[in-house]
Design a protein around this ligand. Structure first.
Ligand code: SF4
Length: 177
């Protein structure tokens, strides 16, 4: 199947893309993360994702960095804790855009690297993906079977940049990933 893999960062891409490629899917990476603050950090994570795509030999594209719109949408939830309503909105924004990209590419399915994060609920992410895309969304939990550990091993092997906060300006203070 031709699968669009939403990529949040290079390290997570390394773990998730390897799984999809091992299942013989044709993977196209899609880096869409208007949540990332500041822009220099966004660029650094994008560069790392491109490096991983080159290592694993799959194409990758970047969506628009429409951070102003993201900030307007997220502002009412700025005091939410990590994993709360702001994060659910953030997942939805990114997965909706990825679904639209999948349609534009005539791909068969889409999924996301987000479920590899140790502190992220795969159940909630999968529920949002399925609400948006129905059976076009591949529900996964890439952290299973030591997925996160394998991603870290790849990041050491390939000397990838690893951030110490999730992405948005609000998570800089919390340092969650
Ligand atoms: S903490 Fe992470 S998932 Fe939650 S809103 Fe910020 S960037 Fe998005």
């Amino acid at each position: 199947m031709k699968v669009i893999l939403h990529i949040c960062c290079g390290v997570c891409a390394a773990g998730a893309a390897e799984v999809l490629l091992s299942e013989n899917h044709r993977v196209t990476g899609y880096f869409y993360n208007p949540n990332i603050y500041p822009y220099a950090e966004y660029q650094r994570r994008l560069d790392t994702a491109v490096k991983v795509a080159a290592q694993l030999d799959f194409p990758i594209e970047a969506g628009q960095y429409d951070s102003d719109n993201w900030m307007v949408d997220a502002e009412p939830f700025k005091n939410e804790p990590e994993g709360g309503q702001r994060c659910l909105l953030c997942y939805r924004i990114r997965l909706q855009n990825t679904y639209n990209f999948m349609l534009s590419q005539n791909a068969d399915a889409f999924t996301t690297t987000l479920t590899i994060g140790p502190s992220k609920s795969a159940a909630r992410i999968n529920e949002i993906g399925q609400t948006i895309g129905g059976d076009k969304f591949l529900p996964r939990d890439f952290k299973k079977k030591d997925g996160f550990k394998r991603a870290i091993a790849r990041s050491n092997q390939w000397q990838l940049y690893r951030q110490n906060y999730c992405g948005c300006v609000y998570s800089v203070r919390g340092n969650a990933t």
